[in-house]
Design a protein around this ligand. Structure first.
Ligand SMILES: C[S@@+](CC[C@H](N)C(=O)[O-])C[C@H]1O[C@@H](n2cnc3c(N)ncnc32)[C@H](O)[C@@H]1O
Length: 269
């Protein structure tokens, strides 16, 4: 069931993988970096990945989707493996590789069972994927196993102690939508955390900071950072006005760095 969802969707239902050319790929990348607040807009993940240090590094992207980040890392000199279990993504990634003339390796497999050698990567990234995998502990086991000693991972997960979780999901859809009468809070959020017209039949887990620190317990130098998007506050109505628009920018950024929707953990093996 879950796999069927990702086969159909990949990271984006709207992308037509049949008319894949360099221009279409460039449009997909532009949209990826500008539309996904977690990608830090035109700065392209600059808050979490120092692309200048990637040269010569062996990098694995788990849940690479259509490969915007994987391709960016390769352009900065990394030796990249893009992994995804959706054949729709794998087809696209192979076309991208061919059109961009890249050396990227494409691996179509489940992140809970990765057929690669122990201690083989300097960096493993996984953005917006592991929270969709029920056996997420197995993915973390794989990350630990695959990293070289002192290798680093960067993982983005949905943040449970966030405005989005409590307001947009539980209050908006749970209480006002009376969803909570039938569903648990997590089930309500799961149901509405993607496009409700498309987002059925897939799993999401929402992580608290303490849970993540426990999950990455055997790693060292753990650092957790929260990011949010102004829209998370702006969407809250306040007497006909949008609450976020009334909050001064400095305060808004402070709130989002605590209660934003995206939790990034960086850790070292
Ligand atoms: C929400 S998308 C994120 C894609 C990309 N990292 C991004 O930031 O846009 C999640 C991706 O993970 C893949 N995925 C989901 N479960 C997986 C699993 N068990 N093993 C490997 N890939 C998986 C999906 O096919 C999809 O491409």
């Amino acid at each position: 069931m879950k796999r069927i969802y990702w086969e159909k969707a990949g990271p984006n239902f709207k992308v037509n993988i049949d008319c894949c050319n360099l221009e279409a790929i460039s449009n997909i990348d532009d949209e990826f970096f500008s539309a996904n607040s977690y990608a830090h807009g035109k700065d392209k993940f600059s808050k979490i990945i120092d692309v200048r240090k990637l040269k010569g590094m062996k990098v694995l992207d788990i849940g690479a989707g259509f490969g915007s980040l994987a391709s960016l890392m390769e352009k900065f000199g990394a030796d990249v493996t893009a992994l995804d279990f959706s054949s729709r993504c794998a087809v696209f990634l192979r076309k991208r590789k061919e059109l961009e003339g890249s050396n990227m390796s494409v691996l179509e497999c489940d992140a809970t069972d990765i057929p690669l050698e122990d201690n083989s990567f300097d960096l493993i990234v996984s953005i917006g994927t592991i929270h969709h995998i029920p056996d997420y502990r197995k993915v973390i086991d794989n990350i630990y196993r695959l990293l070289k000693p002192n290798g680093k991972c960067i993982v983005m997960l949905y943040h449970k102690s966030s405005i989005s979780y409590y307001y947009h999901k539980i209050i908006k859809h749970g209480i006002f939508g009376i969803g909570l009468l039938r569903l648990s809070a997590d089930e309500v959020v799961r149901k509405y955390s993607e496009d409700p017209n498309e987002g059925t039949g897939f799993y999401s887990h929402f992580f608290k900071k303490g849970e993540v620190l426990e999950l990455f317990g055997r790693f060292k130098d753990k650092d957790v950072k929260i990011y949010g998007h102004p829209i998370e506050l702006e969407a809250i109505p306040f007497g006909g006005l949008k609450l976020g628009k009334l909050v001064p920018e400095g305060l808004r950024d402070k709130i989002l760095s605590k209660y934003g929707w995206f939790m990034y953990i960086q850790a070292t093996k």
